[in-house]
Design a protein around this ligand. Structure first.
Ligand code: OGA
Ligand code: MN
Length: 200
């Protein structure tokens, strides 16, 4: 099953308005049940390949405790989502002249007790990340399982966003945010829409 164009559940005009006004937006019910099911299957069958996100080049960070797997072509289902974000980047470029050239993405798994403390994905515009897009792919999420995305919008208002299944949360990569401690396994794909095609 291929997503060859953007699903019609994506309310593009609303997303563009929200990004413009608040610096963040949601897309709920992003994909079909069949696709979600296969994506969850792809994610969970590869969990043994996920690595500690806190360890980068041998350096251990204390601000995050999730586990990640970078998405490459071999992960067919996840690649479909990356392609949809690529299509969406063209619309963002046409409307906001963002100069997005590439999408990079990884699966993320937060087990019970794991979190990601306050950070920006692009502090002081030090990298080429323009927009962050997090897709929640677990099949169920209950309010008392925590794991919310807590985000400061471009007008300095804070929002607590539930990682609702089949939701995409999109936000400017320079905004401050955190992932509150999850009390249950939380699965997602984090993607960055980048203005440069050389991946760090
Ligand atoms: C990240 C991040 C938010 C989320 O991966 O950089 O902030 O809700 N993720 O998973
Ligand atoms: Mn982040």
């Amino acid at each position: 099953m291929e997503i060859t164009f953007l699903p019609n559940t994506w309310n593009i005009d609303q997303v563009l308005d929200d990004l413009n006004e608040h610096g963040f937006a949601f897309i709920d019910n992003a994909y079909s049940k069949d696709y979600v099911h296969q994506l969850v299957e792809e994610c969970t069958s590869n969990l043994n390949r996920f690595r500690d996100a806190a360890i980068q080049n041998g350096v251990v960070s204390k601000i995050r405790s999730d586990h990640i797997l970078w998405i490459t072509d071999e992960l067919n289902m996840a690649t479909q989502h990356v392609k949809a974000l690529d299509e969406f980047s063209k619309i963002l470029n046409q409307n906001f002249y963002l100069g997005i050239k590439q999408v990079e993405a990884h699966f993320a798994c937060y087990n019970a007790g794991e979190f990601y403390a306050l950070h920006r994905d692009n502090p002081q515009k030090k990298n080429d990340r323009v927009i962050s897009a997090v897709y929640y792919l677990h099949e169920e999420w209950q309010e008392d399982w925590g794991g919310q995305l807590h985000l400061q919008d471009k007008n300095d208002h804070w929002h607590t966003i539930t990682p609702k299944p089949n939701r995409i949360a999109m936000f400017r990569s320079d905004l401050l945010h955190e992932v509150l401690e999850a009390k249950h396994q939380r699965l997602s794909i984090t993607a960055w829409l980048r203005s440069n095609d050389s991946v760090i």
